[in-house]
Design a protein around this ligand. Structure first.
Ligand code: FO1
Length: 324
C-alpha cells in the first residue's frame, strides 16, 4: 500500500471488472477508488435505456447481483417477462422484475434531461454504493459487431439474441468520434493525482477498447505519471466469462494471455506498464516482458471475496513497485 494516499482508477467492463472492483473496494478507503465503466453495450430496448456493464457493477458493489449468472439481481422474478410473452412482446432479452425498476428509473431521469453520470450517481447512492462509479461518457457510443457474413450486429443482438454464435471479423464503436469523456473521467485524467490505473480483466475488444478509444483516452492515461496495470482476461486459453477467447480465434489471434498482451502492445503502445498473468500462464512471462510490460504472476481467478481482495492487493503492490 502506498505511503501517500492511494487514488486508484479502475477501467471496467462487466463481470470480470466488477469482481476486481469489489476486491479493490474492500482493500482501499472508499474515497480512494473510482471505477469508469464501458457503455458500449448500452442500448434502447422496449423504450428503456439499458446499461448492462454499469448495472453489473452497481448490483455487484451493492450486493444485489446474481453472481452465478453474471447479470441481473439475485432472487429475481420474471412476471413482467411472462406478461410480455402473453402479449406477444419481445422476450429475447431477460428483463427481471427488480431489474426493470432500474431501467424505468434510469430512462425517466434521462428523459428529464439528467446526464448518464448524474443518473448513475443517483442510482448508486440509492443502492448504498460508496465507491465512485461513472460511465466512460455521457454521449452515445454503441458497440457493433462486424460479422464474417457481412452483417453488422448491435452488441446485444450478437451477445444475447444470437448467443455470440456469429463469427466476427471486427468490432466498431458507433458515435465514438463525437463522444466526449464523462466529466468525472476527464477530471481524473487532468488532475494527474492518480497513484494507479488498473485495467480490469474485461474483454479487450468490446469492453476495454471503447474506453481507451474514447477521445484517445489511452494517450492521456499513458501520459499520467502513475503505473498502468492490466489483469489478463484470458487464463489458460480461456475467458473466465464471455466470448473473448472465441472472438480472438475468429480474429485469427491465439486465445492466450500473451496474445492479449500483444494486442495492447500493438493497439496502445506504451500504455501498459504491468501485465498480470495467472499462475497457469507463467510460461508467458518472458515474452510479456519482451513487449516492455513488467509481468506479475499470481492467482487471477476470483471466486471468493478473499480471492478478489488478494488479487486487488497484489495489483496495488505491483503498481507501487512499478512506481518506484
Ligand atoms: N445476458 C444474457 O446472456 N442474456 C440475457 O437475457 C441478459 C439480460 C440482461 C438484462 C439486463 C442487463 O443489464 C444485462 C443482461 N444480460 C443478459 C447481460 C448483458 O448482455 C451483458 O452483461 C453485457 O452486455 C456483456 O458484458
Amino acid at each position: 500500500m502506498s505511503l501517500t494516499s492511494p487514488n486508484v482508477l479502475a477501467l471496467s467492463g462487466g463481470v470480470g471488472g466488477a469482481k476486481l472492483a469489489v476486491g479493490l473496494r474492500d482493500v482501499l478507503p472508499s474515497e480512494a477508488l473510482t471505477v469508469v465503466v464501458n457503455t458500449g453495450d448500452d442500448f434502447d430496448h422496449l423504450g428503456l435505456r439499458i446499461c448492462p456493464d454499469m448495472d453489473t457493477l452497481m448490483y455487484t458493489l451493492s450486493g444485489l447481483a446474481n453472481a452465478t449468472v453474471g447479470w441481473g439481481q439475485e432472487g429475481e422474478t420474471w412476471q413482467f417477462l411472462n406478461a410480455m410473452k402473453r402479449l406477444g412482446g419481445e422476450t429475447w432479452f431477460g428483463l427481471g422484475d427488480r431489474d426493470l425498476a432500474t431501467h424505468v428509473m434510469r430512462t425517466r431521469m434521462l428523459a428529464e434531461g439528467e446526464s448518464l453520470s448524474a443518473v448513475t450517481a443517483k442510482l448508486m447512492r440509492q443502492l448504498g454504493v460508496e465507491v465512485a462509479v461513472f460511465p466512460m461518457t455521457d454521449d452515445s457510443v454503441a458497440t457493433e459487431i462486424e460479422c464474417q457474413s457481412g452483417d453488422i450486429l448491435a452488441f446485444q443482438h450478437y451477445f444475447v439474441r444470437d448467443r455470440c454464435e456469429p463469427k466476427i471479423s471486427g468490432v466498431r464503436f458507433k458515435g465514438i468520434a463525437e463522444a466526449k469523456l464523462a466529466p468525472e473521467f476527464e477530471a481524473l485524467l487532468d488532475a494527474d493525482a492518480l497513484s494507479s490505473i488498473v485495467v480490469c480483466p474485461s474483454n479487450p475488444f468490446v469492453s476495454v477498447a471503447p474506453i481507451l478509444e474514447l477521445a484517445d483516452s489511452w494517450l492521456k492515461l499513458k501520459a499520467m505519471n502513475c503505473p498502468v496495470v492490466l489483469v489478463s482476461p484470458i487464463v489458460g486459453g480461456e475467458a473466465l466469462k464471455g466470448p473473448a477467447a472465441k472472438m480472438m480465434q475468429e480474429l485469427a489471434l491465439p486465445s492466450t494471455a500473451l496474445a492479449v498482451a500483444e494486442f495492447y502492445h500493438q493497439r496502445y503502445p506504451g500504455l501498459v506498464d504491468g501485465f498480470v498473468l495467472d499462475e497457469i500462464d507463467a510460461n508467458a512471462a518472458a515474452e510479456v516482458a519482451a513487449l516492455g510490460m513488467e509481468p506479475l504472476i499470481t492467482g487471477t481467478v476470483m471466486k471468493s471475496a478473499e480471492d478478489k481482495q488478494a488479487l486487488a492487493k497484489d495489483v496495488l503492490a505491483f503498481s507501487e513497485s512499478l512506481a518506484q
